[in-house]
Design a protein around this ligand. Sequence first.
Ligand code: MG
Length: 382
Amino acid sequence: MKKTVSILGSTGSIGTQSLEVCEKHGLGVTALAAHSSADMLEQQTRKFKPEYVCIYNEEKYADLKSRLADMNVKVLSGMEGLCEIAALPQTDIVLNSVVGMVGLLPTLTAIKAGKDLALANKETLVAGGELVMKSAAEKGIKIYPVDSEHSAIFQCMQGNKREQVSRVIITASGGPFFGKSYDELRSVTKAQALHHPNWSMGNKITIDSATLMNKGLEFIEAKWLFDLTPDMIDIVVHRQSVVHSAVEYNDYSVIAQLGVPDMKIPIQYALLYPDRLECPTKRLSLTDYGTLTFEKPDYETFKCLSAAIEAIKRGGAYPCLVNSANEEAVRAFLADEIPFIQIGEIVSSVLEKFPQTEISSYEDVMRADTAARSYVREIISA
Ligand code: MG
C-alpha cells in the first residue's frame, strides 16, 4: 500500500519539492495547506486532487473557495483548518513545512491524533521541544526529520545502538557571510543576505542561514530529536554542503551521510522510510567537488548561533524566547526596519532581558512567544 500524505505549507520550497516526491512515487495526497498563495494552491489542488485544502490567511478564503467551486474538495481556513488537516484519520503521515512558530499547534494536533510526522518546521522543536517529544512518546508516533542535517543524523543512526552514540557533528554551510568580520557585517544588504551559496530556500530560513541562527535552531532541534545533551553536539562549517552531518560512536568511528545539496533527498527519506528509491535529483560526484573543507564556526561574529546554544543550555523558556525574538527581528530586517547586524544583537539581548521560566504547556510557549515579540517590537520602534 502506498502511503498517503497531508502537506502543511505546500506552496513553500519544502512543500513543492515534497509534491515532486509524491508525484514520482505515486503517494496519495490527502490534504494541502498554504499560507496565502491561493493561486498556487489552486494549481496544486487541480493536479493532486486532495480531499481537503486549507488557506491559513482567512482573507484569501473566499478567493480560494470560488477558484475551487468546480472541484470536489473541502476548503478550510485559518489555524482551525490547519489543525483539522493535521488530524485527518485517512492520512498516514503529516508533513509539516509551515514556517515559524505557527507550526507548533498543528504538530501537537497531529501527534494527539496519532499521526506520524515528517517534520520540516524546526520552530516546532525549538519552541516546544519538550512538549512535542513527550507527547510523541506517549502516543508512540514517529517523527521523521526533514531538515537535511537531522535526516543525515537519523540515517547515520540506522542499524546502530543509540546508547553507543558519543557525539553528533552538524555541518553548516556558513551562509553567504562566512569569513566576514563583525564590522564587515554592518554594511551587508538584504539582497546579499538573501543569496545563499548552496541551497535554494524560503526567505526566513535564508536569512537564518546568513546569521547562522539556522544552525543554532538546528542544534536545539537535534537535542530534542535525538535526546542529546548540548555537550554531545558539535558544529563544523563545511562550505560545500555535501556532508550533511555525521554521528560519532563510542569506538570513535564516525558515520556521515553525503549527497548533493537537494532537499528532495531528505524529504523522500522521511516520506518513504525505510525505503530508498530513485530520487528526482542529481547523483553526487565526489571528483567534481575534488576538495571538501571543514572549519570552525565564528561564534563571536555570529551572535545568533551562540545565543541559541546558550538558550538550550539554560533550557526552560529561553529557546522559545530566542526563536520568537529572531522571527520578529528577521521580519523587521526583511521589511527594511533594522540592519542585518541588529538581528544578532536583538536575539542575544533576550538572554539578559528575560528571567528563567519553565515551559509545561502550549500556553506557556505562547506566553513566552508573545513576550519576546513585544520586547523586540519595542526595541525596533524606540
Ligand atoms: Mg538544515
